[in-house]
Design a protein around this ligand. Structure first.
Ligand code: IMP
Ligand code: MG
Length: 179
């Protein structure tokens, strides 16, 4: 294991099984809807890629890029759109796909924006949920796992752009990010 890692939280096999379960749930819930999945870059790209292949429905895919963290490990509460959607959310059932919900500021902002833009519904699918760190009240509709209030990497999640390509999810050692 990489020296910067404290422990592995979820293995590649566990993640595959969990993502499959979420796909079945979403397929069931969106049967008669107009599913539009919006991945929040960059962290969600691996989860999104795996999840859509477990959904047995027609689905429109798009991505949006926002900043909340910059390159450091603390959340500011400010959200800035770096890349907006290619498609309109108007009249669509939007499912926002995130890598991890921490304070919840990012998703709260995006949800309000999509509702203002005329989405029919806005729900959240997050791979990880750091629920102890939540600052705003957000209803998570689909969740892979709860995680402790550590800095988490792998399966798309980074620390300063590193570790996204780990096929598993791990907690970073505190001394790596508290410097
Ligand atoms: P929020 O607005 O505080 O909920 O921030 C959510 C975003 O911060 C996520 O989409 C991640 O990009 C990033 N983030 C929060 N916690 C972690 C973590 O433990 N590891 C990697 N990225 C994180
Ligand atoms: Mg993110």
């Amino acid at each position: 294991m990489n020296k910067a890692l404290k422990e592995i939280l979820f293995t590649e096999e566990q993640i595959k099984d969990r993502v499959k379960e979420l796909g079945i749930e979403i397929t069931h819930d969106y049967m008669d809807r107009d599913l539009f999945m919006v991945g929040i870059l960059k962290g969600s790209f691996i989860f999104m890629a795996d999840l859509i292949r477990e959904i047995n429905l027609p689905v429109l895919i798009d991505f949006m890029s926002v900043t909340s963290y910059g390159r450091s490990a603390t959340s500011s509460g400010e959200v800035k759109i770096l890349k907006d959607l290619d498609f309109s959310v108007e009249g669509r059932d939007v499912l926002i796909v995130e890598d991890i919900i921490d304070t919840g500021y990012t998703l709260e902002y995006i949800q309000k924006m999509f509702i203002t833009r005329g989405a029919r519904s806005v729900r959240f699918a997050t791979f990880l949920d750091k629920n102890e760190a939540r600052k705003v009240d957000i209803k998570v509709d689909y969740r892979g796992y709860f995680v402790p209030n550590d800095f988490i990497v792998g399966y798309g999640l980074d620390y300063s752009e590193e570790y996204r390509n780990l096929p598993y999810v791990a907690a970073l050692k505190e001394e790596v990010y508290s410097k």
